[in-house]
Design a protein. Structure first.
Length: 123
């Protein structure tokens, strides 16, 4: 296992290709990798993620925009997620920026939208 810190975009592409090849080579055993192979995959992923985070830092999306995007992706209407907000009225208030998301809403939305809480709190 020869894994080095990525210093430029060319090395980033090489690591990305290496990870893709690893995943293809071990596709049938990904759920039950030997510890040594799991460690190799984890290390390659960490090195790649670290470089991408330094090189391509993007601000997190606005939580309301994220909710709207996820609703569109999942084909959901406000009535489908109204329970997360307490009522359809409150859902519209939140989605129109007239009311803030509460912790209770975030917890419910996380399950319904199948996303992390980070995306919903604007971390």
């Amino acid at each position: 296992m020869d894994i080095k810190i990525i210093k430029n975009d060319e090395e980033m592409y090489e690591m990305s290709n290496r990870i893709n090849k690893f995943l293809a080579d071990h596709a049938n055993e990904l759920d039950n990798l030997a510890q040594e192979l799991q460690d190799e995959l984890d290390l390659m992923s960490l090195v790649l993620r670290e470089y991408e985070n330094k090189r391509y830092h993007f601000a997190p999306p606005d939580p309301i925009d994220f909710i709207k995007f996820m609703m569109e992706q999942k084909g959901l209407k406000v009535k489908d997620i109204a329970d997360c907000f307490g009522s359809a009225n409150r859902a519209y208030e939140v989605l129109n920026g007239k009311r803030n998301l509460s912790l209770s809403m975030i917890k419910k939305l996380r399950h319904v939208l199948g996303c992390s809480t980070d995306a919903l709190i604007g971390a």
